[in-house]
Design a protein around this ligand. Sequence first.
Ligand SMILES: O=C[C@H](O)COP(=O)(O)O
Length: 261
Amino acid sequence: MTTRKPIIAGNWKMNLNHFEANLLIQKLAASLTPAQLDAVETVVLPPFTDLRTVQTAVDGDKLGIAYGAQDISQHASGAYTGEIAGSMLAKLGCSYVVIGHSERREYHNETDELVNAKIKAAFTAGLTPIFCVGEGLSVREESAHVGHCTSQVDAGLDGLKEDQIKQIVIAYEPVWAIGTGKTATPDDAQEVCGAIRARLVEKYGAEVAEAVRIQYGGSVKAGNIASIMAQPDVDGALVGGAALDAEGFAAIVRFPEHVAR
Ligand SMILES: O=C[C@H](O)COP(=O)(O)O
């Protein structure tokens, strides 16, 4: 029985304008009871342009849903056209920020070093990183996925303090399972999430490792969340496509009705 509070986060990616965002957040809140929101930390990760709208809805109606951004600049401020600083996200009430998502690593050439710098920038701004790791298909086919992911974890956490590591959320997302409908099996998810925790024990000790929440991401939906959350080292999910539908996402958040932890 774990004491880690489950965390289900919906990454809206580059979807929904601010009108649509308002509709989705209101519908989501209406689909969940205070007890359900109390049992599972529920987070939405809208595009930057929707954050103010989500903030207004969440604060105004005390919705009990946390929110955050999908990226952050490694810089604090200055002449960095198009970048968004952590302090700006914090001012909008963000609690979380996704860092190192495979789509950023692949389409924006984000390296482990940059990911590490962004994680540090997030902590400086008082934000909690949702730090993504995961292997592509070729790495999986070579059976090198565990080492690949634990090396990404090592690089991302380099130079962090123990209390920061305890706070961080790590998301294991096998790239071949993202948006493909191909979900890793619960055993696949446990294999890597368990290896990440074992690595944390090795480097930082059991107390730190036991505090870290590790999510699985990749084609999570209402129909597979229970078997994934039944795994001992999986503490939540980072959901993409299924987070765009209020009832579908709410059904994922309601997973404790189908699984004992
Ligand atoms: O950030 C979320 C993940 O990339 C998973 O996306 P997906 O649920 O659409 O596969």
